[in-house]
Design a protein around this ligand. Structure first.
Ligand SMILES: *[C@@H]1O[C@H](CO)[C@@H](O)[C@H](O)[C@H]1NC(C)=O
Ligand SMILES: *[C@@H]1O[C@H](CO)[C@@H](O)[C@H](O)[C@H]1NC(C)=O
Ligand SMILES: *[C@@H]1O[C@H](CO)[C@@H](O)[C@H](O)[C@H]1NC(C)=O
Ligand SMILES: *[C@@H]1O[C@H](CO)[C@@H](O)[C@H](O)[C@H]1NC(C)=O
Length: 412
């Protein structure tokens, strides 16, 4: 059908008008009013200078609806209920644009939030107490910011929390005493803050697989810990006492208690934990490594670092029986006796790191070492009382003066 041009324009106009008539009136906005207010407050408490044009926050344009926008409100995720109730914000994940500001207490009005991720920015001031209202929260990721003050006790009300990473901030005060009520916690990372006091009993956190409290000012004994831990990092604190509380953690892969004030023996039950791959007990006051009769014991240990302790006695020959050990550091101790002949066969295959320097080891080297079989191995035998030829690379740095060695021998 061919219509005169004017006619077809008219038809088009009618069609457009009809279409417009069926577009629903702009009913109430999609996003709940309080959620919009809260988002607005979040943006307003960040220094506008730090909201650069390519950043997520820059795209937060309050002329459009946060949950019904394309291209704006980057980093905001909403729920879309099937009934006519308004959309709710369920996730805020900001980019690491370097936002400098405070976290508005109105965050607590986003009561459906499941995830908060503010990692690697400059949020400062306290974590608002109002987060206690975020009962749906499963992830609280705020590491690498400038938060100060205490970790709010209210955090223990967030019963669905699975992952909390508060590392690299300036939190001070104690770890909340009732932290163990958070039964869903899987990862708790509090490292690199200024937390002090004792760690509370954590044994109730039976889902916890990673706990990192390193680089704080925590002291006291190692508390009771949950049995499903795979990674336990407590380094750079002032923990004291014995290592025995970890001996039941059969699932541990990584254990780092380095740089504390722990004492006593490094128990055989710890060194032979069946899954353990890395053990670091360096920079403590341990006095001995328990003797271990390895044959018949399955261990996965790849790295043992016990440097800078007060270990006495002979080097355990049995360490050569650890099938997968590649890295051994027992330097800066008071170990004596000779280097076990068994060590010779392990050099380079698979041992890659062998640091025995700064002890009181004596006698001849295992033949493989003396013959220069040290290719592919890094380490040092310096500062002992060994017969160590300068042609052997690991011997570089020299040995202790005879007088010192003789004096030490007399004391033993
Ligand atoms: C949703 O709103 C529409 C129009 O306002 C109404 O017809 C419908 O019954 C409402 N549905 C529910 C589940 O409230
Ligand atoms: C939003 O949060 C503020 C401060 O926490 C509170 O006073 C206010 O009642 C909250 N509003 C709603 C609607 O929940
Ligand atoms: C053990 O811990 C110390 C101090 O925290 C660290 O310097 C060292 O690199 C660690 N050793 C290994 C093998 O990772
Ligand atoms: C040692 O490592 C090899 C290769 O990674 C692995 O197959 C083997 O099971 C390990 N042995 C032990 C005792 O962990």
């Amino acid at each position: 059908m061919l219509l005169p041009p004017r006619m077809s324009i008219l038809l088009l106009l009618i069609a457009v008008l009809l279409a417009l008539a069926f577009v629903p009136n702009p009913v109430e906005p999609l996003t709940g009013v309080t959620d919009v207010q809260a988002l607005r407050a979040l943006k307003e408490s960040v220094d506008p200078v730090t909201i650069t044009p390519t950043s997520f926050l820059y795209s937060w344009d309050f002329n459009v609806d946060p949950c019904d926008s394309s291209g704006s409100f980057l980093g905001v995720l909403c729920s879309f209920p099937l009934d006519n109730s308004s959309s709710r914000v369920i996730a805020i994940g900001l980019d690491d644009a370097g936002y400098d500001g405070f976290l508005s207490p109105l965050i607590g009005n986003l009561t459906e939030l499941v995830t908060i991720d503010l990692t690697r920015n400059k949020f400062r001031g306290p974590l608002p107490e109002s987060i206690v209202n975020l009962r749906q929260l499963t992830k609280l990721l705020i590491s690498e910011n400038l938060f100060t003050g205490q970790i709010p006790d209210g955090i223990t009300k967030l019963k669905l929390l699975q992952e909390a990473d508060l590392s690299y901030n300036h939190f001070s005060g104690n770890v909340p005493a009732k932290i163990a009520v958070l039964r869903s916690l899987n990862r708790l990372i509090l490292s690199n803050n200024a937390l002090s006091g004792r760690l509370p009993d954590m044994s109730g956190l039976w889902q916890l697989s990673a706990l990192d409290v390193s680089s704080n000012n925590l002291y006291g004994n190692i508390p009771r810990l949950p049995l499903n831990l795979k990674t336990l990092v407590m380094s750079h604190n002032v923990f004291s006492g014995h290592i025995s509380p970890v001996k039941h953690l059969q699932k541990l892969l990584v254990l780092d208690v380095s740089d504390n004030r722990m004492s006593g023996r490094v128990l055989r039950q710890v060194m032979t934990l069946s899954s353990l791959v890395r053990l670091n007990v360096s920079r403590n006051h341990f006095t001995a490594l328990d003797p271990i009769d390895f044959p018949g014991i399955e261990t996965h240990l790849q790295s043992l670092d016990a440097n800078d302790n007060q270990l006495r006695g002979h080097l355990p020959g049995s360490l050569a029986g650890l099938e997968n050990l590649t890295s051994l550091d027992l330097s800066h101790n008071y170990l004596s006796g000779s280097i076990p002949m068994e060590y010779g066969a392990k050099l380079g295959r698979p041992w890659k790191y062998l640091y025995l320097n700064d002890n009181f080891l004596q006698g001849n080297l295992p033949p493989q070492l003396a013959a220069g079989g040290e290719d592919g191995i890094r380490g040092s035998l310096a500062n002992n009382c060994l017969r160590c030829s300068t042609t052997v690379r690991l011997c570089r740095g020299g040995q202790r003066p005879h007088a010192v060695c003789a004096a030490q021998r007399r004391r033993w």
